[in-house]
Write a protein that binds this ligand. Structure first.
Ligand code: SF4
Length: 353
């Protein structure tokens, strides 16, 4: 039996019961695919259900404020996904008259939709013949065919894409693509794959040659850099100053004013930085946390300190607020506020999870 038929047969018996599989509505499939990028399934289901109950359709998302979308996205990370979802929802609703594009070529031109998502939406919702190619599929193809081309090099992508196209069945493209994703998550897992119970083991080059643990191959080692974030929590008449982030991964979220550097600074240096940066005269800054609060991103470790002052400062794009929960914030900000809220000398601080 062909590989694609085996995958479809397995999928029919073993497919996961996921909330977005109850529909072929492209809006729901699109939201689920964007949420699932870089997200564990359990967390993805939780966020998907929350998102769909707040924004059940394209219109509700397109006519919402970006701040409300970011608030709902809090804790999920990679906030550009939320900004792009909102941007593209507006575009489809206002510019395309709510007509959701059906073809791969139209979909891939939308902001925030790449090869993987365009293939997933066009195949699952509209039965278009496009293979999905994500980490699962790279791994499965690499192992079954014993392909040693590093999966993180552009040239290799063509090799895997060609193979993925060859493997497509003649119908049920959406089911086949979802079957591959489930197979990669449930059987051919990154670690400890279930080879002894795998229906493909007899055809699998990696299994037959004891290469399962060494495939797929990656060429580059991720370089991790460390950044030092020195936040300044300003309490002015029982209101806390927060600023809107102008750029970067946390764009349009809110945070305490911050100084970012690539090297560790001592307390005297940090006080001087605050005085210069915020045009202050005081030396009255207290360090709140006893040791760095760490936050890990894919390529960055953030070591953060939180300082406190009652000094009056004013900054562009800043607001003094008594209700922090109305403003979307990063997980790092949440971590700090949850642990040290009493030290902000501000009893009303409440945060949503
Ligand atoms: S035998 Fe193992 S490595 Fe090969 S496809 Fe099955 S689970 Fe993956």
């Amino acid at each position: 039996m062909n590989l694609n038929k085996l995958i479809l047969k397995w999928y029919d018996k073993n497919k996961r019961d996921l909330p977005w599989r109850k529909t072929k509505n492209p809006y729901n499939i699109w939201v689920s695919e964007i949420i699932l990028q870089q997200t564990r399934m359990e967390q993805g289901i939780y966020y998907y259900n929350r998102f769909i109950s707040k924004f059940p359709n394209l219109e509700s998302l397109a006519t919402s404020e970006e701040k409300d979308v970011l608030l709902l996205w809090q804790g999920l990370g990679y906030y550009s996904r939320a900004r792009n979802l909102h941007h593209t929802a507006k575009y489809i609703y206002y510019d395309l008259d709510s007509k959701f594009p059906k073809s791969y070529d139209e979909l891939i031109n939308l902001k925030g939709i790449g090869d993987y998502t365009a293939s997933a939406i066009s195949s699952i919702c509209f039965e278009k013949k496009h293979p999905v190619l994500d980490g699962n599929v790279f791994r499965i193809i690499s192992r079954i065919f014993g392909i040693k081309d590093p999966i993180d090099l552009n040239n290799s992508r063509k090799v895997f894409k060609k193979k993925a196209i060859e493997l497509l069945p003649n119908s049920r493209y959406g089911d086949y693509n979802q079957g591959l994703m489930d197979f990669g998550s449930m059987v051919c897992k990154p670690k400890n794959p279930s080879c002894s119970n795998c229906f493909i083991s007899k055809k699998c080059v990696a299994y037959k040659n004891q290469l399962v643990d060494s495939l797929p191959i990656k060429a580059k080692k991720n370089k991790i850099k460390t950044l030092y974030f020195e936040y300044l929590a300003v309490n002015n008449n029982n209101k806390i100053l927060i600023e809107r982030v102008e750029d970067g991964i946390w764009k349009n979220l809110y945070q305490f004013p911050v100084n970012i550097s690539t090297s560790k600074k001592n307390k005297t240096e940090i006080r001087k930085i605050f005085i210069d940066k915020f045009n202050l005269e005081t030396l009255d800054f207290k360090l709140i946390n006893s040791e760095y609060i760490e936050h890990k991103l894919t390529h960055i470790i953030i070591k953060s300190n939180f300082w406190f002052t009652n000094e009056k400062i004013d900054i562009d794009e800043g607001v003094f607020t008594t209700i922090l929960e109305d403003y979307p914030m990063s997980k790092l900000m949440h971590k700090f506020i949850e642990k040290y809220r009493s030290k902000l000398a501000y009893s009303e601080v409440k945060m949503v999870n």
